[in-house]
Design a protein. Structure first.
Length: 177
């Protein structure tokens, strides 16, 4: 029997577990932002925000799982590091929200400030990295940076679509009207 060829950058069980953990982090953020009795049309915003946060928050866990659990050649790339960086503000503020729930409304203000600062800092770093990696270099050098693994592409997509992260942050920070 012939063994199928394995791609070193494919989706693994550890990646799936990281996505589940990212969904748990997203549920912590969404739970406080969704009021009771939300009209039907607003659920599209809720679910798209949940999916975006879950995908982003999985980044640090995918990074750790691939970095220490499964050694693939050429890992990590620029996009992998960016994805991990984008997920950190969501992870840290989710931990802050769950550990200080009994502290009252001041903990929500601290979490909102931390998320705002973290996403802003991540956006600045991502813009600087993307700009210096693909814009300020000659076209032949930019073409050589081949983003083949899906994790690298995911980090690059999240970095280019940074306004979506800021929008997710606004939805979560504002909470119910």
């Amino acid at each position: 029997m012939v063994e199928p060829a394995r791609r070193p950058g494919g989706l693994t069980l550890i990646d799936g577990a990281a996505m589940v953990i990212g969904a748990a982090v997203a549920s912590i953020h969404i739970r406080a932002a969704v009021p009771n009795g939300l009209p039907g049309g607003h659920w599209l915003l809720v679910w798209s925000t949940f999916a975006g946060i879950a995908l982003t928050a999985a980044g640090p866990f995918v990074f750790l799982g691939r970095r220490f659990g499964r050694r693939t050649p050429g890992y990590p790339r620029v996009g992998d590091l960016l994805w991990g960086m984008w997920g950190l503000p969501w992870l840290v503020t989710a931990l802050l929200r769950t550990t200080s729930r009994a502290a009252g409304p001041h903990s929500n203000e601290l979490a909102a400030a931390g998320l705002s600062f973290g996403l802003g800092l991540a956006a600045l770093v991502a813009l600087a990295v993307v700009w210096s990696t693909w814009v300020l270099v000659p076209p032949d050098q930019a073409a050589r940076s081949n983003p083949t693994p899906w994790t690298n592409r995911m980090g690059l997509v999240l970095s280019v679509a940074w306004p979506l992260q800021c929008g997710f942050g606004l939805v979560v920070i504002e909470g119910p009207p």
